[in-house]
Design a protein around this ligand. Sequence first.
Ligand code: NDP
Ligand code: ZN
Length: 183
Amino acid sequence: SWEENLPELVECINFAAIKHKNQRRLDKEQTPYINHPIGVAYILTNEGKVTNPNVIKAALLHDTVEDTDTTFEEISQYFGNEIKNIVVEVTDDKHLPKLERKKLQVKQIEHAVHCSFEAKLVKLADKLYNLRDLDKQIPTGWSENRVKEYFIWAERVVKGLRGTNIYIEEELDKLFFKHGVLK
Ligand code: NDP
Ligand code: ZN
């Protein structure tokens, strides 16, 4: 029940806030990074009507290993293996050299389809949040072309995630149509 899950949910928010405390988003206002994982969790609960507590917890933690010194061991110690496994599925290795990362982005397209239902939900909400940001403004240091490439790439990843949450997929489609990557 949600009552049983409430302390651990707040623990996830607190853990992520501490881990991301020195990090900022790439927008002009340098929004605190924690707005992003909280916003992804919000998309899932309040827009996608997702009620699985593990999905919401994983969403709150989804960028801690990718973007901070957090390890998967830490995640499983504090939050257990189920949540750790979802976080593993949604984590990209940002420490790889440029060419390796390019290959990994291609892999993300191919592997999306094989993700668990829980990981697909987090990935969909993550993409929706980031694409809404990109729809509002171009991040510092990005060209218009890079934004365009990101939309093209995101649409391909989302292809493999479809059939998971109608509302979130429709919101993504609105942005894909608007930016001309779906017709
Ligand atoms: P990038 O490293 O290019 O950065 C995108 C990530 O930045 C987002 O997924 C998001 O990740 C984070 N982010 C932080 N602030 C913002 C913001 N305000 N708006 C949007 N995103 C924000 O992503 P990838 O390396 O995964 O590359 C994805 C695709 O982008 C590639 O396939 C390629 O097409 C394109 N690309 C183009 C480049 C170019 O110079 N032309 C260079 C690199 C990529 P998070 O959810 O983790 O916060
Ligand atoms: Zn993210």
